[in-house]
Design a protein around this ligand. Structure first.
Ligand SMILES: *Cc1c(COP(=O)(O)O)cnc(C)c1O
Length: 359
């Protein structure tokens, strides 16, 4: 069964479902309103051009292209690096494999082979073992992808040395490398290491502006000039070329200027939430490294879905994520305050207490 998506957000909801739930702030909307714009498809949108220049510089790459979404960055990158019949390797719970509607198969005609991961991370040895012997019979192992931070890995931050090591292992076997940086700035703020250091081993890397950075639309894919030229052709083919894209890019530029350092607040809120949840009987919480809080409610006798419904009935939205029936995710972001976290913990305590009484 396809899980139903509710038709509207109840007023006053404390929305910890995802960091995509942020609404553009008044100041961001003002930046958007006064954006200089042009025809993006012709390379004449000054706001998009400024954003792409800043992003290429931030990531330490030659060039960048503005995309409507992170999913398009991932899928265009797969198309840039691979030909039909090729193989991509990445963590078993990575976004490309599990959350993009089967696009690697549907659009690029590639297979994705999962690597077992710990908190979304794998080792250089696993990469080397994952590269198939080159023969007429085998798919051509072509691309290695990693996520920084690892979403289903609990928002964990790869140590930069390990990211470099897996990239080197891939390069040694002639693979291309792609960094899914949906939440790269959370990793930058948590680690104190610059984005370009995280991206150094990767041919392509991107950042999402619609997660913790709080913009309504947009992600930017970075790479060599040659790769970005090819990416542009795929963007055009997929209908992703824009006209006055600066309306969206202005929100992203605003986010670069105002919404990065403050991610530290989201991380502090996430730690407080996890600490509070971990004290509830029957709940175990993973220790968050960034803004994602994963916890398991199995010990309360509830499934994750039942827990989410009970929370939502009292005005707090979180999401059942798996794997396993009891694993739940809560995300902190710029529309969530420390007071909201306290309220969410009060609600969780009531929900858990009631469930234990009923059991
Ligand atoms: C959200 C997300 C994406 C997709 O980004 P969209 O902008 O929602 O299309 C890709 N990878 C990871 C790790 C994500 O969390």
């Amino acid at each position: 069964m396809v899980r139903p998506i509710p038709g509207r957000t109840p007023p006053g909801l404390i929305n910890l479902y995802s960091d995509t739930q942020t609404k553009p702030s008044r100041a961001m909307r003002e930046a958007i309103m006064s954006a200089e714009v042009g025809d993006e498809q012709r390379g004449e949108d000054p706001s998009v051009n400024a954003l792409c220049e800043r992003m290429a510089d931030l990531m330490g790459k030659e060039a960048a292209v503005f995309m409507p979404s992170g999913t398009m960055c991932n899928e265009v990158a797969v198309l840039v690096h691979c030909r039909p019949g090729d193989e991509v390797i990445g963590a078993s719970d990575c976004h490309i494999l599990g959350y993009e509607g089967g696009a690697p198969a549907a659009l690029a005609g590639v297979l994705v082979t999962p690597l077992a991961s710990v908190r979304g991370q794998f080792t250089p040895e696993q990469v080397e073992a994952g590269v198939r012997f080159r023969s007429r019979y085998s798919p051509n192992t072509r691309l290695m992808t990693a996520e920084q931070t690892a979403n289903m890995g609990g928002g964990a931050v790869w140590p930069v040395a390990q990211l470099n090591a897996v990239a080197q292992a891939a390069k040694k076997h002639g693979l291309a490398t792609h960094l899914d940086g949906a939440r790269l700035m959370n990793a930058v703020v948590a680690s104190g290491v610059a984005a370009k250091e995280h991206a150094a081993g990767f041919d392509t890397a991107w950042l999402d502006f619609t997660k913790g950075l709080g913009a309504p639309i947009g992600a930017v894919l970075c790479g060599s000039r040659e790769m970005i030229d090819i990416a542009w052709r795929w963007k055009q083919r997929m209908g992703g070329a824009l006209r006055q894209g600066g309306i969206a890019a202005a929100g992203c530029l605003y986010a670069l200027d105002h919404n990065i350092e403050r991610l530290a607040e989201d991380h502090a809120n996430a730690r407080a939430l996890a600490a509070g949840l971990g004290q509830l009987p029957g709940v175990t919480a993973e220790t968050p490294e960034t803004n994602l809080v994963f916890f398991d409610v199995s010990g309360t006798g509830m499934t994750g879905d039942a827990f989410c419904r009970a929370m939502e009935a009292e005005g707090v939205r979180v999401g059942a994520q798996g794997p396993g029936p009891g694993r739940v995710r809560a995300c902190t972001h710029l529309d969530i305050s420390a007071a909201d976290i306290r309220t969410a913990l009060d609600v969780a305590e009531r929900v858990v207490t009631r469930a234990r009484k009923a059991a």
